[in-house]
Each structure stands twice: as C-alpha cells, then as structure tokens.
Ligand binder design. Structure first.
Ligand SMILES: NC(=O)c1ccc[n+]([C@@H]2O[C@H](COP(=O)([O-])OP(=O)(O)OC[C@H]3O[C@@H](n4cnc5c(N)ncnc54)[C@H](O)[C@@H]3O)[C@@H](O)[C@H]2O)c1
Length: 256
C-alpha cells in the first residue's frame, strides 16, 4: 500500500523504541533513512539491521540539542539527496512535580525535547520550502492532558504540539505538511528506564499500573506508532496538516 521509494527521511532518536520502529518501517517500504542519534552503538546497530533487510540507512552521531551539529548534518544530507521527511522523535523523560524539578532538569528537558525539535525544523524548513516536505513531531498525551508528576516533560510536549501548529500554518503555502503524534504509554526502553530509575524494587507493580492507565488495558507498541507515522508521512495523508493524532488506547477520551 505504501511506497517511499526515492524518499529521503530523517529520523531523530532512531536507535531505540518508537524511533527505531519508525526507521525500520520507513526503510521497509523503500525509504532511505538517516538516523540522527546520541547513542552511537545502538544507532549503528539499527542501521545494520535495516541494511540486512536490503534497505537503505545511514547513521549520524548527533545530539539534537546542539544546533550547529544538527544543521550541518541536515545540510549535508540535503546536498546529497534532498530531504522529503523529517521525523522529530528524539526525546527524554523526567519524573517529578514542579518542586521536584530543579533548574538543571528543566534546562535539559528544554534542550532536548523542545530545542532539539526546533533545531531540526530550523535546519530543514529552508530546504523543504523549495520542494515541499513532511514533518512529523513526537508529542505526547502529556501535551494536552494533565499527567501527575510530569511537570517538565508536559511543558516540553506542550511546546512540541504548539510548534507543530505554528510550522504547519506558516509553511502551508510552501507545500510543507506538519503534524504530530501523541502516544500514551508505549512499551519502549524509555518506559523501562524511568520505571527502573524512579520506582526501584517496584518495577512489576508499576508496569501493571502504567499498563492499566490505558482503558484498553495495555501499553501500545512501537510498531503501532510506526504504522501511524508511516501513514501520516505517506502521500495517502497529503490532505492532513496541522493536526495532532493521539494513539492512546482510549486514554484521553475514555478515562474517568
Ligand atoms: N514511550 C512512551 O510511552 C512515549 C509516550 C509518549 C511520547 N513518547 C515520545 O516518543 C519519543 C521516543 O520515545 P521512546 O519511548 O521510543 O524513547 P527511547 O528512550 O526508547 O528512545 C529515544 C531515543 O532518542 C535518543 N536521544 C535522546 N536524547 C537525544 C539527543 N539529545 N539527541 C539525539 N538522540 C537522542 C536516545 O538515545 C534514544 O535512542 C520521545 O520523544 C518520547 O517523549 C514516548
């Protein structure tokens, strides 16, 4: 059904979880995937996995919070092949209410989750203005719904949502579509990592609790998010822009 042959796709944070599933999915339908990623060994492993599928992938070590580096990579990729799709997926978690969020944590969440998305869009939009393109940002249910103990994270994902609306509006006339996805809990290393860090000794209990916060009774899978991402970046979705898509097992509308 989908065909991304000849398309160049940038996926940030493509070494793990949702980003990895998106990179594999896009490559499986012919896309040439460029992974911009902090974690070099895992990023290279993902690229190898994609190449073993006889598909095209490249790894670029990158901390997306650093504008110069992200821009240089994006400019280089554009010079080689143009860029059709940017997927801003890289993100980090933080657990805590306002009083438990110190300045350092606030700055780091801002740098990666907000500035990282801004940096990559800032670099890619001037190129996409010439040929059109698609941008997909990874927001969260925390963008629109109050989640306990996620002060800084919610702040950052609210900004991802509103940056999406802003870019969609300002660049619609250039043929750039910009949308976001808002997952509820998806079972990835991101979730395992923060359960381990924040609830030591209570991992199984917390996993069960977090699974049940989705009315559907479980966490989502990275592959389910990747399927939605593929649709939104495909030509089948060419009428869709400036929209956020919850993928949440009923979390937003069916809880309570
Ligand atoms: N898993 C969930 O429940 C969930 C829910 C809603 C939204 N999200 C969002 O989805 C995205 C992916 O989450 P995931 O669960 O797959 O996480 P993950 O931790 O499994 O993967 C995130 C990847 O991003 C990379 N990364 C982190 N900081 C980076 C940086 N500064 N520069 C480049 N790469 C960086 C990490 O190395 C990692 O490979 C995040 O933006 C997250 O906020 C996740």
């Amino acid at each position: 059904m989908y065909d991304l042959s000849g398309k160049t796709i940038i996926v940030t944070g493509g070494a793990s979880g949702i980003g990895k599933a998106i990179a594999l999915k896009m490559a499986s339908v012919g896309g040439e995937v460029h992974i911009l990623e902090f974690d070099e060994p895992k990023g290279r492993q993902t690229v190898e996995e994609i190449r073993r599928m006889n598909a095209k992938a490249h790894f670029h070590p990158c901390d997306v919070s650093k504008q110069d580096k992200a821009k240089q990579i994006i400019d280089d990729v554009h010079a080689q092949s143009g860029i059709d799709i940017l997927i801003n997926n890289a993100g980090i978690a933080h657990v805590g209410n306002l009083e438990q969020t110190d300045e350092e944590a606030m700055d780091r969440i801002y740098d990666v989750n907000i500035k990282g998305v801004y940096n990559c869009m800032y670099a890619v939009v001037p190129h996409m203005k010439k040929q059109g393109g698609t941008i997909l940002n990874m927001a969260s249910i925390a963008s629109t719904v109050g989640i306990s103990d996620r002060f800084a994270y919610s702040m950052s994902k609210g900004a991802v949502l509103t940056m999406t609306y802003s870019v969609a509006k300002d660049y619609i006339e250039y043929g750039i579509r910009c949308n976001s996805i808002s997952p509820a809990r998806i079972h990835t290393p991101f979730v395992d990592g923060f359960i381990k860090k924040n609830y030591p000794g209570k991992e199984t209990e917390m996993f069960e609790k977090l699974s049940k916060t989705q009315p559907i009774g479980r966490m989502g899978t990275p592959e389910e998010v990747a399927a939605l991402a593929l649709f939104l970046c495909s030509s089948e979705a060419k009428f869709i822009t400036g929209t956020d898509f919850p993928i949440d097992g009923g979390f937003i509308k069916l809880n309570g």
